[in-house]
Design a binder for this molecule. Structure first.
Ligand SMILES: Cc1ncc(COP(=O)(O)O)c(C=O)c1O
Length: 471
């Protein structure tokens, strides 16, 4: 048997290898339990990966939310927590960081992203209004609906095709938006709900040209734009890499320019900002700020902590600065791509191009004969865990929920299983193990029958639903 000379990844691509811009100072042991134990754990969890205990998980790619590793500077910041009820100095540091890197004038802290979504929805949406957006997100849409609004998808068609290689699949289709304005009237659109890198489309970015054109269109009709900035920094990386005129601009400059086309943003700091908890809402309009600052004391806490401890705000302020460093974002998106490139070369069906924070497996490509009502992506998440102890989550029919008017399942074009990569947590060796586990699940795809609901909660059912195998 001849053995070829092993090659590093850089050599395979004909370039020098690069590495993460950090070294590890503290470790958390992980272990893989036996196949029998995994089968028992999965049955007890009702085939829902959200209901597994983390001790039963080997490599945890359920989410990139709140799962980042903090830096030594952030941990040092934890010790600088000023736990005053009012006017904590950490709040002012956070306010300054958001103003510096995102450019918005006024800041309202919240305990996490959905706290901010709740406040902005309550402040701006009246019953009977419409919220156009570049694809729905689960918690965002629910808060818009609970405030009496109806979400309308105005993302470009390419976003609904997992194999379309458009570099900016998160773009808003301006014709769709114009058609909605013509149909319902601009006065019934409180704002455009724009997301930087679109989670449900596979972590796909929005171009600067698109947000600029969106601003022009919205200005003509007096409609504000509010941004879900949760993964905006990752969006900036794609602009830097792929959009003409941005190669020499820093991630920080691109992020601020993009935000400059919007009127404000809400943020789940648990993602881009490298903290385990936290969020914020920032706006430019003084009157709106007044209303939000009043609402936050009802639902989150005083306007200078909004549900976070002083130490959390300090770690977050430091995380904001670390998040926009070019070498960090390059390594972060690069790791996702490393995994994506392996799977692409092996012909695994998945969303292309590879997005910023996760790999999205295309479950219908795994199980082409399985009807969507047999929950292909939920099935794939269960199968992957059973095979390897790797945990991902469903992003298909289960996550889409039911139409509030008809009560029927919403059946999205994309039936995906997401493997989100926590920031600064796993190594290239972990990614190799994950890639091989996905390949094993793909090779074992024949004959799977799917799952059925045995318990379905009313709101955000994917978090707590229980399932049983179809027979
Ligand atoms: C795009 C997007 N927006 C909003 C949220 C909600 O944030 P949180 O989980 O912090 O409440 C999330 C969380 O997953 C998200 O991915």
């Amino acid at each position: 048997m001849t053995q070829s000379t092993p090659q590093t990844m850089g050599q395979q691509y004909g370039r020098r290898s690069w590495a993460e811009p950090w070294k590890i100072k503290m470790v958390e042991p992980i272990r893989v339990i036996s196949r029998e134990e995994r089968a028992k754990a999965m049955t007890e969890a009702g085939y829902n990966t959200f209901l597994l205990r983390s001790a039963d998980v080997y490599i945890d790619l359920l989410t990139d939310s709140g799962t980042s590793a903090m830096s030594d500077r952030q941990w040092a910041g934890i010790m600088l927590g000023d736990e005053a009820y009012a006017g904590s100095r950490n709040f002012y540091h956070l306010e300054e960081a958001v103003q510096t890197y995102y450019g918005y004038r006024y800041l309202v802290p919240t305990h996490q992203g959905r706290g901010a979504e709740h406040l902005i929805s309550q402040a701006l949406i009246k019953p009977g209004q419409y919220l156009p957006g570049n694809m729905y997100f689960t918690t965002t849409r629910l808060h818009q609906e609970l405030a009496g609004g109806t979400f309308v998808d105005v993302i470009i068609d390419e976003a609904h095709d997992p194999y379309n290689l458009h570099p900016f699949k998160g773009n808003v289709d301006l014709d769709k938006l114009q058609a909605l304005i013509d149909k319902v009237g601009a006065e019934r659109i409180p704002y455009v709900s724009l997301a930087g890198t679109v989670n449900m489309a596979g972590g796909q970015p929005v171009s600067m040209a698109n947000v600029r054109a969106l601003r022009e269109l919205c200005d003509r009709h007096g409609v504000p734009i509010y941004l879900d900035a949760t993964r905006m920094v990752e969006n900036a990386y794609f602009i830097q890499e792929q959009e003409e005129g941005y190669a020499d601009k820093s991630i920080a400059e691109i992020t601020k320019e993009f935000c400059g086309y919007t009127d404000g943003a809400w943020m789940s700091a648990k993602k881009d900002h490298l903290v385990n908890i936290g969020g914020w809402l920032a706006v430019n309009d003084a009157e709106l700020f007044d209303a939000l600052r009043n609402l936050v004391v009802i639902y989150e806490g005083l306007h200078t902590y909004g549900g976070m401890a002083g130490r959390d705000m300090e770690a977050l302020a430091i995380g904001i600065e670390e998040a926009v460093q070019d070498d960090h974002v390059h390594a972060r998106v690069g790791q996702v791509r490393y995994l994506g490139d392996l799977l692409t070369c092996w012909g695994i069906p998945m969303v292309q191009p590879v997005g910023g924070h996760a790999i999205f497996l295309e479950a219908r490509g795994f199980y082409p004969h399985m009807p969507q009502d047999h929950l292909p992506a939920q099935t794939l998440a269960a199968e992957l865990y059973l095979d390897s102890g790797v945990r991902g989550m469903e992003r298909g029919i289960v996550s889409a929920g039911r139409d509030p008017k008809t009560g029927d399942h919403r059946r999205p074009a994309l039936e995906l299983m997401r493997l989100a990569i926590p920031r600064r947590v796993y190594t290239q060796a972990h990614m190799d193990v994950v890639a091989e586990a996905i390949k094993a699940a793909y090779d074992a795809r024949e004959g799977k029958l799917g799952l059925k609901f045995v318990y379905e909660p009313k709101h955000l059912r994917f978090f707590q639903a229980r399932f049983e195998p179809m027979e």
